[in-house]
Design a protein around this ligand. Structure first.
Ligand SMILES: Nc1ncnc2c1ncn2[C@@H]1O[C@H](COP(=O)(O)OP(=O)(O)OP(=O)(O)O)[C@@H](O)[C@H]1O
Length: 845
């Protein structure tokens, strides 16, 4: 009896000690959460007691809390600890780098219920949208989590992984999450709940997550660890262990805040909490679903300011580009980040991001503060919405020049224009004796310029003169732009092509401290920084330290394409607000055909000019200026259109009707020689149009041409202007090559006409289908100045280079393009040649 009383007394004392110990632990937990010197309830200090109560009673009041679970551990109730004089809630630290392991797996209903309760409690504790749950349940094929189904439907809990592949995928996701959070300071907690321990390597990966520290923003709840037969299970870090026997649970010491001084854990048995009631799960799921939707939706409007055009660009341009967590992220074009480099694989959302950026800027700053140059090299519609179209006449008033499906030559033309602007600004600063744009007189606004070049690597494709000029221009703009308010945004899906930058990578990209990497856009970051490899669509890594690891912030940005109506409304709003006299942007669409009838210069032509202009197309430059030759009295002022493409006939037609427009009827003669079938239709039309305009038109064949040339070679013969228009000079070569009784050939006469004709108002406009024939007709390449005006269509670049004596000529023949060469004024320009209406570009292939 005495022994029994003694034992009972000892047991009682132990229980009291255990109770005291547990209460102390609770106090310590409260104190730790509040901080030693901060009273709870003070402004800015979390109400820890309230928080503990909420964690403890979350099942009764499923209202999502406001706790950041990645910052520090929170005490979470796991059950009721029993001591002889009563009971108290058993709390364990979870999240904030703390984890939990239970030695029995989820096939034990007590463990399954505990896991479900913990999921619910953590979800109810964290800020809505800040906890994502993934689950592994190979042991029960997902059944452990069935009661949480409403959370799956709410998008908070992913369907549990049950196969090896799914488990491996889940671990991939968790590791990516941990890396991204470590790199970019993520505020979303990933709760990884394993209802049973996976085997082998997967368990080691799971265990590794428990060692990753608080910055990884992962919390692991692992049941069935260690497995009874495991000889050397991988050690876990910062994990509280729960051991179960048949009746109750025993809590081990939480990391850093042990219950016991000797590692024996809480000296009280614990009855684990049972399942949360089904209606509680449903209520929380509903609440979280709505809150998550609200939290995660990011609209195009979120990028826009409340007012319009209120910003001053004096110290730079700033705009919201997205959010990190719930915080808006504002980026700047200023002295610190004058130029931006944007990377992302195709389909990564680059265009959408750039649209958001451009609308963000053009709503904050008026056209006096901001001017846009937009250049796109890919097939697509990136910037189409900034320009007027047949369907929608509106445009963004800030847009000065927009290139869609641009040629590299157009890109270079835009860069030249920007350099001209830069030099203009440098001159203005000097003239006014000031050093900052903001100090220039405001009578003539000097807006900051943002030039966006999408797929800029195309500029450098090919080691040719165009690429070299592009590199030189970009380098100068990147270096000096900061001082003159000219900012570049270079975007690309691939950084590999730009290795062709001839050692200029550092000088150029060193001026681009701000890097934005969209999914697959690691190329714009430092090579050891792989933060963008695993980003989802709609997010980007922002790095203002030229891509160095450790300076990443991950942002999300909205899908501007998701609500085209809102974007169109905004565009109309900006367009309506445009200052009086605003002009639409100069637009270059790479796929547009050019028609002489639409050409403004052609329309403005009138009889009476001293030197008739022969119009042949539109120059690939910022303003698409009319491409023409002045046919003055210098020897050699004749036009040769060269190439097998049928466009040759159309170019000749355009040249002919344009010179005709500059003559009153009767003041010029047109000798029309349609010598090849391919030109018949156009030649007929040309003759009809000339005749309809009252001009004197004579149709001639090859023999007639021979005769006319003989006559025209006589200096006194020409009276007034004569235009000899030959559609297919190669069709006359046989006849012209014949010698007459005086041993004179038609070619001799032709060459005389070429040299002397212009002085007498005689000009030849001819279409040769081959360069060799042209060369022979004019008496060899040494006489090439005798036909000084050349339009080369589908003539191979090297062949043309040899003919012109320009070995590194950069010209690649392609549909809808031609090279204009004027040997007298040293002009070489890429042009869009005039074609007849209805002409299909495919016909040229
Ligand atoms: N923030 C976002 N949220 C959801 N979807 C998005 C988001 N941004 C882009 N997308 C979608 O991704 C797809 C690709 O976007 P986008 O056209 O901008 O990519 P891109 O990188 O410009 O591709 P490409 O280079 O092939 O033109 C689009 O269908 C777009 O709607």
């Amino acid at each position: 009896m005495g022994v029994r009383v003694g034992r009972l007394a000892a047991t009682y004392e132990q229980a009291v000690a255990a109770h005291r110990q547990a209460r102390e632990h609770l106090d310590r937990a409260r104190h730790a959460l509040a901080g030693p010197d901060r009273p709870t309830g003070a402004p800015g200090v979390p109400d820890v007691a309230g928080r503990l109560d909420r964690v403890g009673t979350a099942l009764a009041t499923p209202t999502p809390g406001a706790v950041d679970l990645t910052e520090a551990p929170v005490p979470v109730r796991v059950g009721e600890a029993a001591v002889p004089d009563g009971s108290f809630p058993a709390l364990l630290p979870l999240a904030g780098g703390n984890h939990l392991a239970v030695d029995v797996d989820g096939r034990d209903p007590r463990v399954a219920a505990l896991l479900r309760a913990l999921v619910l409690r953590l979800l109810a504790t964290g800020r809505p949208g800040s906890v994502r749950v993934v689950a592994l349940d190979a042991g029960a094929l997902g059944a452990t989590f069935l009661p949480l189904r409403p959370l799956v439907d709410a998008g908070v809990l992913a369907p549990p992984a049950t196969t090896d592949d799914e488990v491996a995928d889940l671990l991939d996701t968790a590791e990516r999450h941990a890396r991204a959070a470590q790199d970019a300071g993520g505020t979303e907690l990933l709760l990884v709940v394993a209802a049973s321990a996976p085997s082998g390597r997967d368990l080691a990966r799971l265990a590794a997550l428990t060692h990753a520290g608080p910055s990884a923003a992962v919390c692991v709840l692992l049941a069935g660890y260690p497995a009874p037969d495991a000889s050397a299970p991988p050690p876990l870090g910062a994990t509280t262990r729960i051991r179960l026997d048949d009746r109750s649970a025993h809590l081990g010491d939480p990391p850093g805040q042990p219950f016991s001084p000797d590692g024996t854990g809480l000296a009280a048995t614990v009855r684990l909490d049972g399942d949360p009631p089904a209606n509680t799960v449903r209520a929380l799921a509903e609440h979280l679903a709505a809150a998550t939707r609200h939290h995660s939706t990011l609209d195009f409007e979120d990028l826009l300011p409340d007012g319009r055009w209120t910003g001053s660009s004096a110290d730079g341009l700033r705009t919201v580009v997205g959010r990190t967590g719930r915080e808006p992220v504002t980026l700047a074009f200023d002295d610190a980040t004058p130029h931006w480099l944007v990377g992302g694989r195709t389909g990564s959302g680059k265009t959408v991001f750039l649209l958001g950026l451009l609308y963000g800027l053009s709503t904050r700053y008026g056209p006096d503060e901001l001017a846009l140059y937009l250049l796109d090299f890919k097939e697509g519609v990136s910037f189409t919405e900034f320009v007027p179209t047949d369907r929608d006449p509106s445009w963004i008033p800030h847009a000065r020049a927009v290139g869609i499906e641009s040629d590299r030559e157009y890109g270079v033309a835009v860069l030249r224009e920007l350099r001209r602007e830069l030099n203009r600004r440098a001159g203005a600063l000097k003239r006014h004796g000031v050093t900052k744009l903001a100090d220039l007189p405001r009578d003539r606004p000097t807006p900051r310029v943002v030039a966006v070049i999408d797929e800029f690597h195309v500029l450098f494709a090919g080691n040719d003169a165009v690429a070299r000029e592009a590199v030189a221009l970009l380098e100068e703009l990147a270096r000096k732009g900061r001082s003159y308010g000219i900012h570049l945004v270079l975007a690309s899906q691939s950084m590999s092509g730009i290795e062709a930058l001839y050692g200029k990578i550092d000088p150029i990209f060193g001026q681009f401290p701000l890097r934005l990497a969209l999914p697959g856009g690691n190329g714009v970051l430092h090579q050891l920084n792989e933060a963008a490899g695993t980003l989802p669509i709609g997010s980007a890594v922002v790095n203002a330290a030229a891509g160095l690891a450790g300076a990443n912030t991950t942002i999300r940005f909205p899908d501007a394409h998701a609500d085209p109506g809102a974007v169109a409304r905004l565009r109309h709003e900006l367009w309506q607000a445009r200052p009086a006299g605003s002009r639409p942007p100069a637009v270059f669409r790479g796929y547009d055909a050019a028609h002489v009838e639409d050409d403004p210069t052609f329309r403005g032509l009138q009889p009476g000019g001293r030197r008739p202009l022969a119009l042949v197309g539109r120059t690939v430059d910022v303003d698409l200026t009319s491409a023409c030759f002045a046919l003055d009295t210098s020897p050699g002022r004749h036009l040769a259109v060269v190439g097998t493409s049928a466009v040759g006939a159309a170019v000749l037609h355009a040249a002919t009707v344009s010179v005709a427009r500059q003559h009153l009827p009767g003041t010029a003669r047109f000798l029309l020689a349609p010598l090849v079938a391919a030109a018949d239709e156009v030649a007929d039309r040309c003759a009809d149009e000339l005749a309809a305009a009252g001009h004197l038109v004579t149709r001639i064949d090859a023999a007639g041409l021979r005769d006319e040339l003989r006559t025209l070679a006589e200096p006194a013969a020409a009276t007034g202007r004569t235009f000899v228009v030959v559609f297919g000079m190669d069709g006359a070569s046989g006849v012209l090559g014949l010698r007459d009784d005086t041993f004179r050939s038609g070619l001799d006469d032709l060459q005389v006409v070429l040299r002397r004709g212009p002085a007498h108002g005689v000009h030849l406009l001819g279409w040769w289908r081959g360069l060799r024939r042209l060369s022979e007709d004019i008496g060899g390449a040494q006489h090439r100045d005798d036909v000084a005006c050349l339009v080369a269509l589908n003539v191979p670049g090297p062949e043309l280079g040899i003919y012109l004596g320009v070995p590194d000529l950069s010209y690649t023949p392609r549909p809808n393009r031609a090279l204009l060469v004027d040997r007298h004024d040293q002009r070489t320009r890429l042009i869009v040649p005039f074609v007849r209406p209805g002409h299909e570009l495919d016909e040229e292939r």
